[in-house]
Structure formats: C-alpha cells, structure tokens
Design a protein around this ligand. Structure first.
Ligand SMILES: Cc1ncc(COP(=O)(O)O)c(C=O)c1O
Length: 405
C-alpha cells in the first residue's frame, strides 16, 4: 500500500527478495525435478531415534531443556561440541563457543558485530546467497575474488588487498566457505588456506570461515580448517551448523572465535533471541552423548556419495559436447557448478527449463553484482539417483536448445 512506503527502515527497504525462495515456489509441481534447493535428503533424518530420544530428554532433563538458557549456550551441550571438534583436530574451550540458531543467524550476527554502513567485505565469486543477503542488510560493499577448482584465488586476494591499502581502504573481513563451497562445490586448498591466513594477519583483517558442509566429504583428503591453522590467535571466526549433519529443522549451530569476539557476539545475540532453543540443544546434546552423531554422518555420506556419482555420471553422459561447457567435481557437500558459454543467458534459460520440468538456481543469485549470467548451481542431495538421471537429461536438452546456432 502506498501510504506504507515510508514506514520501513532503510535497511529493510534495501533488501531484495531471495531469488531462491521465489524459485522454490515454482518447483512444487509433482512432475518437477528440482536441483534448485539446498535441502538435505529426508532419507538422512533419524526420525525414530529423535522421537524416542526427545521424549527421554524432556522427561530427564526438562528442568533445563524447557527453561530459558544462557545466551552462550547450555554448557553440557557445548562440552559435547568440544568433543566433536576434537575429533576434527580443533582445540576449543567453552569460552570460544557460542551456540546459535543455526549458521544463518551466525551470518546475521557477523553483520551486526562487524559491519558499519559502507564497509568493505571480501567474498568469493560466486558466493553463498544467504551471506550476500545477511551482509547487505548491514549495508556492506562487496569486493569479490574469483574462484577456481582450488577455491578463492589468493594471489588475486593479495593483489586486491594491496590495491585497497593504497587507497587507504581496509576491508572488514574475508568471508569464505572453504569446504565444498556453496554454490561452486570447490574446496580451498591447504596452501591457499595458509596464504589467506597470512594475508589476514599481515593486513589485520579477520576471516569468517563458514563450514556447513565440512564433515560431508565423499572423496579425497581431509584439509585442516583455517580456524585450526590460526591456533586461536583471533584471526578466524568459524560458523558451524547441525543443519547438514543432523537435520535443518533443529535450527542449531555454533560459532567458534576468540573469547573477546564471543563476548561481542553474546551482546548481539541477547538482543536477537536471548538464547537458542534449549530444547533443541537438549536433543542435540543427548544425540551426541549417546555417541550417535559420527555414525549418522557416516550414513549420510554414503547416501550423498551415490547421488554425487549419479549426477557426475549423468552430466558426462547427457551434456552437449562443447569446449565451453564445464562443471566442477566436488569432493563433498551438496552442490556442483556448471559454466556455459559466455553468450548463454541462464536467467532466460531457467524459464525454458521449468517448462521441461527441471529446476536449478541461476548463477546470478550468487554474485552480489548480478554477474555470472552463464552459470548455474545444481543440488544433488535432495533428488534420488533416478531423478538425477532424468533431470540431467532434461537439463542437457534445455542447454542444447539454448546454445547459439
Ligand atoms: C554456506 C552456507 N552458510 C550458511 C547456511 C545456513 O544454514 P543454516 O542456517 O541452516 O545453518 C547455508 C545453508 O545452506 C550455507 O550453504
């Protein structure tokens, strides 16, 4: 309504509708095969175990599980997180951890805690659309650094940081999804992780390391987190979540950072939601305490490994033979990234794909400046291997028909 035009804050007026959410509405038809969302497979949800364990924990631990909790998170639960992280070579203590309402809240808190209007934030190109949305909400200016199959090109990052310094500009932070990145599926090499950290130290900038897919590796070698390389020196704030390793309906995650930074996050979170749901923390606590999480992750990996293989196989089989059509081969996570010839407009092609009953996310969603017009993201965790085969055949046909004659 017109009279409402000036009732909103500048921040909300500057926010745009999430393309992904709009697209997801189009993909509800039963005949649609969707590679668009970033949804975990419901096959991985441990329904029986959670149902039984939730009843148990409410009856046994109800006095705290149904009560308000500390903003930092419930200590018993944080102790389980510490144990879980130890197995990944991470050494954190209670004061380095803040429990969050999953990592999207972590991203919003990062915005609140670090960004002043006009501050420069360095991102990958492409990058996670939810991070663009969260930081845009705090009026960040984005500088993006190209990725290749080994993640963000840190030689370009080095050049950019020097260039900005010459202009007396100091970025607020570098945002990175180093493991099986959303959207590109690529993993930052160990060498580049070390280089990024060196640069962060040299220029006095922090790194926001967003790690939702870290535990979901299907092939290749484990790479240490940037947080562990920093050895708690304070240059890295790491975001973690249970969304992809347990189930996203839990809405539970955690941040690890230097205690000084955690203190600021606590202040921000107090104003947001007082605390993340103690009931969810109690369920996750009990799940971990019973030693179920690692086994569950191993089962999830088996399911996704098969789906990843199905998608790579289908792409090889059906995609048009063209020197400028390439895709990434992720070693883990939920996504891969397709690059088409420069002159293909994927936003336009999307509507044709919908007519063919196959959906994906156009790459422009993952570029703060609307670039990436010839790229797209495919999710392989949600559809079945059979659907993947049929869907990629439909997609390949749509691409074939969109190639300029
Ligand atoms: C890179 C990245 N960060 C953060 C999130 C937010 O996840 P959640 O809030 O469920 O933890 C996602 C979700 O897909 C993601 O891909």
């Amino acid at each position: 309504m017109e009279w409402m035009d000036d009732i909103y804050s500048k921040k909300i007026a500057g926010m745009r509708k999430s393309l992904i959410r709009e697209l997801l509405k189009l993909t509800q038809k039963p005949e649609m095969i969707s590679f668009a969302g970033g949804l975990p497979s419901p096959l991985t949800f441990p329904q029986e175990e959670i149902a039984e364990l939730a009843r148990d924990v409410i009856l046994k631990e109800g006095s705290w599980a149904l009560q308000y909790g500390a903003t930092e998170g419930i200590t018993l639960f944080k102790e389980q997180i510490i144990e879980f992280m130890k197995e990944d070579g991470e050494d954190v203590c209670l004061d380095n951890i803040l429990v969050t309402t999953a990592s999207q809240q972590g991203l919003d808190m990062v915005g609140r805690v670090f960004i002043n209007s006009g501050d420069i934030v360095i991102m990958g190109r492409p990058t996670y659309v939810g991070a663009i949305a969260a930081f845009r909400g705090y009026e960040a200016n984005f500088v993006d650094i190209e990725l290749d199959e080994h993640g963000m090109k840190t030689d370009l990052l080095e050049k950019k940081l020097a260039e900005l310094k010459e202009q007396n500009l100091k970025p607020k932070f570098i945002y990175t999804v180093p493991d099986f990145q959303n959207p590109a599926g690529v993993t930052l090499s160990l060498e580049r992780r070390k280089h990024m950290l060196e640069l962060a130290r040299e220029y006095g900038i922090i790194i926001i390391e967003d790690t939702p897919y870290r535990e979901l590796r299907y092939v290749g070698e484990h790479v240490p987190s940037i947080y562990s390389l920093d050895q708690n020196a304070g240059y890295v704030v790491a975001l973690h979540t249970f969304s992809k390793i347990l189930f996203p309906g839990l809405r539970l995650g955690w941040i690890t950072a230097h205690t000084d930074v955690i203190d600021k996050f606590v202040l921000a979170k107090q104003a947001m939601d007082l605390c993340s749901p103690p009931l969810c923390q109690a369920i996750a606590y009990e799940y971990c305490r019973r030693g179920l999480l690692r086994g569950h992750i191993a089962e999830t990996i088996e399911i996704y490994r098969e789906k990843r293989a199905a998608m790579l196989e289908a792409l090889t089989r059906y995609m048009p033979q063209h020197p400028e059509i390439t895709w990434t081969e992720p070693e883990g996570g939920l996504f891969l990234w397709v690059i088409l010839p420069e002159n293909v407009d994927v936003d336009k092609m999307f509507h044709k794909a919908i007519e063919e009953n196959v959906a994906f996310v156009p790459g422009t969603a993952f570029h703060a400046d609307g670039g990436g017009k010839n790229t797209l993201r495919l999710n392989f965790s949600y559809p079945s291997p059979e659907q993947i085969d049929i869907g990629i055949r439909r997609l390949a046909r749509t691409i074939e028909n969109s190639l300029p004659g």
